[in-house]
Design a protein around this ligand. Structure first.
Ligand code: IMP
Ligand code: MG
Length: 181
């Protein structure tokens, strides 16, 4: 069983919906007449990507990519592994990585470099969340949903040991003694 904890609402469902619509409009404006491919990073971005895709009024393709970083589940080590790769070549395409959260930045630094070797026309990043307090490497976030404090976030696709991905809002996990997990 999970240790004693609670989940406090951090960003409501209505706030998420409104921000995702804004991001979608901005992206649609920027990518007109381009060959846009959304690259959804699994598993955390599945819900965000599903909503974002519906908010982008343009023809587009969607690809999924599984990434795993070694080390314990809450702290990225910087060593990243692709567990499931794109289903098609992306040479000449405009890639927009869709990620749940940029924390240390290691994962996105790795993925940007990896995708760049495949000859795309462009690679940009759309992240729902950014925790600048924990940044270790700089990665440009071209489209950002929300900047947040250094709390452990769950919901809307993000998990704590695989739990809470299905919450329709974003919450912060708070342990019984008031600390973060
Ligand atoms: P980083 O930027 O390489 O440190 O790693 C980002 C990844 O760590 C994200 O894609 C998430 O999968 C995971 N992660 C980081 N912070 C959180 C959090 O607060 N809640 C849930 N997962 C997180
Ligand atoms: Mg992730």
């Amino acid at each position: 069983m999970d240790p004693e904890h609670r989940v406090d609402t951090l960003i409501s469902r209505a706030q998420l919906e409104a921000r995702v619509l804004e991001l979608g409009r901005e992206i649609a404006r920027d990518y007109q007449a381009r060959e846009l491919v959304l690259v959804s990073v699994l598993k955390g971005s599945f819900m965000f990507c599903a909503d974002l895709a519906r908010a982008i009024d343009l023809p587009l393709a969607i690809e999924f990519l599984g990434l795993k970083s070694y080390g314990d589940s809450q702290v990225t080590s910087g060593v990243v592994q692709i567990t499931s790769d794109l289903s098609r070549p992306v040479a000449g395409k405009d890639l927009l990585i869709v990620e749940d959260i940029v924390d240390t930045g290691y994962t996105m630094a790795y993925l940007r470099k990896n995708l760049a070797t495949r000859g795309p026309r462009s690679v940009k990043l759309c992240a729902l969340l950014h925790k600048p307090a924990r940044a270790r490497v700089q990665t440009a976030i071209d489209y950002l949903g929300f900047t947040i404090e250094d709390v452990f976030v769950v919901g809307y696709g993000l998990d704590w040991g695989e739990r809470y991905r299905n919450l329709p809002y974003l919450g912060a996990v708070v342990m019984g003694d008031g600390s973060a997990p």
